[in-house]
Design a protein around this ligand. Structure first.
Ligand SMILES: CC(C)(COP(=O)(O)OP(=O)(O)OC[C@H]1O[C@@H](n2cnc3c(N)ncnc32)[C@H](O)[C@@H]1OP(=O)(O)O)[C@@H](O)C(=O)NCCC(=O)NCCS
Length: 240
């Protein structure tokens, strides 16, 4: 039996959707892409979905163009005809697109652009626990802003792995990086979903942060398939 894996793919996104990216999409994906108003959104979508197809081809051995993606619970995509042993998730924001493909258990990824003027303080009551809010209140810019985004991507990656996305009660989930960059975790609010998680933070430099949440019974090393060089650093995995 082969050991469970979690493969990570990361790419930067071009300014404009390329002909090759568009050609790699299904008719539905291409139609969706072409309806996006902004060129940057079209470029991001096309590159992300092309990369996801390549990642799924590598994992399944099936031709990328023949893979059929269908919406599952809360529109979380799944691969038609695949059994539950394969899971994947996709994210794209700013200059980055990333996806993870797992045979270890449910996986979620999130990348966010750190927006300098964004009023993150007004969202804190919804995103952070009281303890996390206190920690942030003791920080100055730009550390507080970056810390907020780190909390956000960790929680959204978890939400995406479960399928609830931003519908998770972020204000009751503690996933707070401490000074030694360990995570202080309390996932009791998730009930049956609250145990067996592995989290990895990926530092994409000043402008972006990324996190991955993986549910696995045993620790699973991340296998970088593309884009390792784009990450300034990759945090050690934390378990909750
Ligand atoms: C999924 C969700 C987190 C997207 O957040 P985002 O930061 O805008 O986007 P990301 O780039 O990180 O992820 C987008 C990708 O996640 C995937 N995705 C879509 N729904 C998902 C879900 N429920 N869970 C996990 N992943 C999902 C798709 O591949 C999507 O790619 P696409 O938009 O190019 O098709 C957000 O839409 C959400 O929370 N959805 C679930 C809640 C919901 O739908 N509730 C229904 C009642 S309102």
């Amino acid at each position: 039996m082969t050991a469970p894996t979690c493969q990570l793919w990361l790419e930067t996104v071009p300014d404009q959707a390329t002909a090759d990216d568009l050609a790699a999409l299904s008719d539905d994906e291409r139609g969706h892409c072409q309806r996006l108003v902004r060129a940057a959104d079209r470029a991001r979508y096309a590159r992300a979905h092309r990369m996801l197809r390549e990642a799924l081809q590598a994992a399944t051995g099936k031709q990328a163009g023949r893979l059929v993606l269908v919406p599952g619970h809360n529109s979380r995509p799944r691969l038609q005809g695949a059994d539950d042993s394969l899971d994947f998730n996709l994210t794209h924001a700013g200059a980055f697109a990333a996806c993870a493909v797992s045979t270890a258990g449910r996986v979620g990824v999130d990348v966010e652009t750190v927006v300098p003027g964004f009023d993150f303080q007004s969202l804190l009551y919804r995103v952070a626990t009281k303890q996390e809010q206190a920690r942030l209140a003791a920080m100055d810019e730009p550390d507080a802003r970056r810390h907020f985004y780190r909390l956000w991507v960790l929680k959204e990656a978890l939400g995406k792995a479960i399928g609830e996305g931003v519908g998770l009660p972020f204000d009751r989930i503690r996933l707070c990086p401490d000074r030694g960059n360990r995570l202080a975790c309390d996932l009791a609010a998730l009930g049956e979903h609250g145990a067996g998680w592995q989290f990895t933070e990926i530092d994409l430099g000043e402008g972006a942060v990324m996190a991955l949440a993986l549910r696995a019974t045993d620790p699973v090393p991340l296998e970088w398939c593309r884009g390792r060089g784009l990450a300034r650093s990759v945090g050690g995995s934390h378990f909750a």
